[in-house]
Design a protein around this ligand. Structure first.
Ligand code: ADP
Ligand code: MG
Length: 683
């Protein structure tokens, strides 16, 4: 974006030896600003000394003792045993790992202060791995709580504390919230808040500090959330400043597609279509996320967007995360569009050399729609004139991959799709750089899916359900247990499940599909299932996304307790796609823990993906929801998207205001809170 005024100054690097700088960099500390916002994990009270004979308690205490002896033992395992005492009694300090300099500091005659929990051990009072420090006689006690920072091997808390103290004395603590705004939000000043958190004054209540709802913590969390909003919003605006092709339909391709569909669009689909059509006609790139529950009908909306691009004389690309899904899209889109004269190309990793050469040539020349997997973003794929990039199941792709697709054109419009419903505050936080359209209506005529929970030892009943479904002319999926730790084991289990079912279902056709099959083998199995030649498809989660076989009416999932709820919801969404009554059987292996029980209850009781996500968030926290970005650097260190939801809402409005009215402050705010990590956000 165009920045008026000078760029925000960069915070000076930390002055320290090269070795120390390296250690600091390991925990993301490179500049003074980084130090200032490296806030304590917790605090310890070292303002008091507790006599050894009164130190048994459930909370950690500080003792001051003189070392009597120090020996290394090798049995039952290597350890350093330090015996020490004060006037009231003796205590043993036990270390299972230690550096030579620590051993030296704990030599006979040393006076030390040790902080930790005291337990009754074999030799009486004992501390295991206490934090300790050598002190002189009559060394004064600190008057403040000791902040405990996250640190790394070989970097003592006290060293970090010193560096941060220095940064607090000389560093830039200037305010980045406009005064009027700060008062309106009722937040304390930044300098005051940071000083308070790094060096809480004597008498500050430990519990309040640890609970993190002190106003100073709120200020920090707000700043952090604001930085995230500013960054995403700024990236959004920056992309908007780049030009994009104006895609105005020059013929009635879209209308002809609609005419030949066997169904009419839902109201939600019509609204989405209108929004997208408007975006595409702008001279800047669309950055839209189309969110809709499983089966909401996103594909046709995307196809209509593609029609607009094509009829404006440009190409559209349609990328999906798995071979199975991509091929299914390809077949469907070809089916819809080729009769209308649209040239559709197909790119996937499994293409043979000759076919690949042909498809690449088409992509570089006459193809109007190119459907494929990651193969679309490989080197050597050239588009003649890419105007619209569509990414299905976008959370399955990394930031870099989505960017790579965009790079295949000259700033094309972007449509991303996702069936992973995420709760509102998370959406606000993670999609602040996107416009979001929600398909909040399922096409009519869907038969509700009946969900059953069945314990492992009643597998025979389930076999009966499958037989019955097949007798009625339907088909079934049987999803194998998920084994995240080992792909080999996963494969083995899939094979065993297949063997078991093959025996159970003599007379029926049983197919097996898993991630290790070659692409063309996978396609052959899927095609056979879609054609009705396979009755029961044993599968791993490769069928989780998108697969659409309306005649399948039964979904069996083994070890359902091992799956994520959104995964279960996606899997369940594979049935109930036709006019037949459908059901989903979740087989679980007991005994279930409390959380597992709650989660299965959620999926059992709810059919709305957003509601499932909301409840899941409540019991699990936000970690799982954020898709590709969750694998990046954790951007929020202090704020919690669920607990601090109100801050997210506030920050979103403030970000908008700051980017229009206080740009210079906004830039400084970003530098302070994101520092070098900001690069990682750019997508
Ligand atoms: P998703 O949003 O999960 O990607 P799809 O686009 O695969 O959903 O659509 C699911 C099924 O519903 C497809 O078979 C599709 O053709 C059908 N469908 C889409 N829109 C409608 C509609 N308005 N009325 C009836 N069926 C529809
Ligand atoms: Mg889909």
């Amino acid at each position: 974006m165009t920045t008026s005024g000078a760029p925000a100054p960069t915070s000076p690097p930390i002055r320290a030896s090269e070795a120390l700088q390296k250690k600091l960099a390991k925990i993301g500390l490179q500049s003074e600003a980084d130090l200032l916002v490296h806030l304590p994990l917790r605090y310890e009270d070292e303002t008091r000394i507790t006599p050894v004979n009164r130190s048994f308690a459930n909370e950690p205490v500080q003792v001051e003792v003189v070392v009597h002896s120090n020996e290394i033992q090798f049995r039952p395992r290597r350890q350093m045993i330090v015996r020490a005492a004060d006037e009231s009694g003796e205590i043993t300090l036990r270390f299972f790992s230690f550096y030579p300099n620590q051993q030296a500091a704990l030599s006979e005659g040393s006076r030390i202060r040790a902080f930790g929990e005291v337990r009754g051990g074999f030799f009486g009072a004992e501390m295991v791995h206490p934090r300790f420090r050598k002190v002189g006689d009559d060394e004064p006690l600190p008057s403040e709580l000791t902040p405990i920072y996250s640190t790394t091997a070989g970097l003592a808390n006290s060293a970090l504390q010193k560096l941060i103290g220095k940064a607090l004395a000389v560093g830039d603590l200037s305010e980045t919230l406009p005064e009027e705004l700060r008062q309106r939000l009722k937040l304390p000043g930044l300098a005051r808040s940071l000083r308070f958190l790094h060096t809480p004054p004597p008498g500050t209540d430990l519990d309040t500090l640890h609970a993190r709802n002190h106003p100073a913590w709120r200020r920090v969390k707000f700043d952090e959330v604001l930085a995230q909003q500013l960054s995403l919003r700024r990236a959004y605006l920056a992309r908007r400043e780049q030009g994009a092709p104006v895609l105005v339909a020059r013929d009635d391709l879209g209308a002809r597609l609609l005419d030949q569909l066997p169904f009419g669009l839902t109201g939600a689909q019509l609204r989405a279509m209108a929004e997208i059509a408007n975006d595409l006609a702008q001279p800047y790139p669309m950055q839209r996320l189309l969110q809709g529950d499983v089966g909401a009908g996103k594909t046709i909306v995307a196809a209509l967007a593609a029609c607009q691009a094509i009829s404006a004389g440009w190409q559209a690309a349609f990328m999906a995360p798995t071979e199975i899904l991509a091929e299914q899209h390809y077949l469907k889109l070809k089916d819809w569009l080729e009769p209308l004269g649209v040239k559709v190309a197909w790119l996937s990793g499994s293409l043979k050399t000759k076919a690949k050469r042909e498809q690449l040539a088409a992509t570089a020349a006459e193809a109007q729609l190119v459907v494929g997997t990651h193969a679309l973003i490989q080197d050597g794929v050239d588009f003649a004139k890419l105007g619209l990039a569509i990414v299905d199941e976008q959370h399955r792709f990394g930031v870099a991959q989505r960017l790579a697709l965009r790079k295949k054109g000259d700033n094309p419009h972007q449509l991303m799709m996702s069936a992973t419903p995420i709760p509102r505050t998370l959406a606000m936080s993670y999609y602040a750089d996107l416009d979001v359209t929600v398909l909040d209506e399922l096409p009519p005529g869907r038969t509700p899916i009946k969900t059953r929970l069945i314990a492992d030892n009643r597998r025979d009943d389930v076999v009966g359900f499958v037989k019955k479904a097949v007798e009625e002319g339907r088909q079934a999926y049987w999803v194998c247990p998920l084994i995240e730790e080992s792909e080999a084991l996963q494969l083995q289990t899939a094979q065993e499940t297949y063997d078991f079912l093959f025996e159970q279902f003599s007379g029926l056709t049983v197919g097996l599909v898993h991630g290790r099959l070659k692409a063309d083998e996978k396609q052959a199995v899927m095609a056979a299932f879609a054609a009705g030649d396979i009755d029961v498809l044993v599968a791993t989660t490769v069928i989780e996304v998108g697969v659409d076989v309306p005649n399948a009416s039964l979904m069996v999932i083994e070890h359902a307790e091992r799956f994520g709820l959104s995964q279960l919801h996606q899997l369940r969404g594979r049935v109930g796609r036709g006019k037949y009554e459908s059901s989903c059987v979740l087989i679980y292996a007991g005994p279930l823990g409390e959380i597992a029980r709650q989660r299965l209850k959620i999926i059992f009781e709810n059919t709305d993906g957003f509601e499932i996500a909301r409840q899941d968030l409540q019991i699990r926290g936000p970690g799982e929801f954020v898709g590709a970005r969750q694998s990046g650097v954790p951007l929020l260190r202090y704020a919690d998207l669920e607990m601090d939801a109100d801050l997210v809402e506030m920050a979103r409005d403030v970000a908008e205001e700051m980017l229009t009215e206080h740009l210079e402050l906004a830039e400084r705010h970003l530098k302070r809170w994101l520092g070098s990590r900001e690069e990682l956000l750019k997508s």
